[in-house]
Design a protein around this ligand. Structure first.
Ligand code: MG
Ligand code: MG
Length: 259
C-alpha cells in the first residue's frame, strides 16, 4: 500500500531531511585524508542526538552504525570502522534520521582531493543524474520516467546502473512503497500523485553493474572493484515540479569554503 502524506507529515519529513543535510555538512567539516570512518560515524551520531533526533540507520535491520560509509568500489551499506580515508578516495555517505516518528534520508559522495579525473566525472554525472530523475517526479508522470531519466543520462557516458538496489517511499518507515528503480522505461509504472514522498538514489558504477555482498552481511561492492558513486534526495511529488525536502546546500558550503 502506498501512503500519501499530509502536509503536516511532509513538514516532519522536511525537518528530518534538513537535519540529514546538516549532519552530512558536519561530517564534511571533518572529512579529510587520515580520518577513520568510525570517527565520522561518531561525529554524526553525536550531532543528531544533540539536535534531539534519532539516528535512523542504527539498529535498522541490525545495521550497527549511524552512517553507511562506502568508499570507492563499495556501492552502499559500508560499515564505518578502522578504515583510514586517503587522498583519491570517493567516499559515499548515506544518513537517515528520525524526528517525531518520520524519517529523512539523503546521501552524498565526497571526493578526497586529488581524485582521478574518471572518478570526478563519475561523481559529477551521478549527482546530475539524480536531478534528471527529480525533474521527472511530477504528478501525472510515470515512475518509469524517473528511472529512464537517470539511466539514459549515465549510460550515455558508458556507466552502469545498479539494478539490485533501488530508491523507495519515505515516511514512518525508512523503506515504504513504492520501489524507485534507477532504470526504467518511459510511460511505464506507477502514475505519480501529489504528496507521494520518495527517496531517489542513483547508484552508478564506472564499470559493470554487477555487485556482490561481503560476508559482513552489509557491504555491497562492485564485482569488478571499480568505483561507484551514490547521491540521494528525499523529495515530494507535486504538480509541475517536485519539491526537494533534503538539501546539499550545507554540505557544499563546507566543501566550497575548504577549497
Ligand atoms: Mg539513504
Ligand atoms: Mg534511501
Amino acid at each position: 500500500m502506498i501512503r500519501y502524506k499530509t502536509e503536516e507529515e511532509i513538514e516532519l519529513i522536511r525537518q528530518s531531511s534538513l537535519l540529514v543535510g546538516k549532519t552530512l555538512a558536519e561530517v564534511a567539516r571533518h572529512m579529510k585524508a587520515g580520518v577513520k570512518t568510525k570517527t565520522l560515524d561518531q561525529i554524526a551520531e553525536s550531532f543528531i542526538r544533540d539536535h534531539n533526533a534519532i539516528p535512523g540507520f542504527k539498529g535498522y535491520g541490525g545495521f550497527p552504525a549511524t552512517l553507511c560509509i562506502s568508499v570507492n568500489e563499495v556501492v552502499v551499506h559500508g560499515i564505518p570502522g578502522d578504515y583510514v580515508i586517503k587522498e583519491g578516495d570517493l567516499v559515499s555517505i548515506d544518513c537517515g534520521v528520525i524526528i517525531d516518528g518520520y524519517y529523512g534520508d539523503s546521501a552524498y559522495s565526497f571526493m578526497i582531493e586529488p581524485v582521478a579525473k574518471e572518478v570526478r566525472l563519475l561523481a559529477q554525472r551521478t549527482k546530475e543524474s539524480l536531478y534528471k530523475g527529480i525533474e521527472q517526479a511530477t504528478a501525472g508522470n510515470r515512475l518509469g520516467n524517473v528511472g529512464y531519466a537517470v539511466q539514459s543520462y549515465v549510460e550515455s557516458f558508458g556507466y552502469s546502473v545498479v539494478r539490485d538496489l533501488v530508491g523507495h517511499g519515505v515516511g514512518r518507515d525508512l523503506h515504504e512503497k513504492p520501489e524507485v528503480p534507477n532504470y526504467g522505461r518511459q510511460g511505464i509504472g506507477l502514475k505519480l500523485q501529489e504528496n507521494l514522498v520518495i527517496a531517489i538514489e542513483p547508484m552508478i558504477n564506472l564499470g559493470t553493474r554487477q555487485i556482490f555482498q561481503e560476508r559482513d552481511g552489509w557491504t555491497i561492492r562492485t564485482a569488478d572493484r571499480r568505483p561507484s558513486a551514490h547521491y540521494e534526495h528525499t523529495i515530494v511529488v507535486r504538480k509541475g515540479n517536485a519539491e526537494v525536502l533534503s538539501t546539499f546546500e550545507y554540505i557544499e558550503d563546507v566543501i566550497n569554503k575548504s577549497n
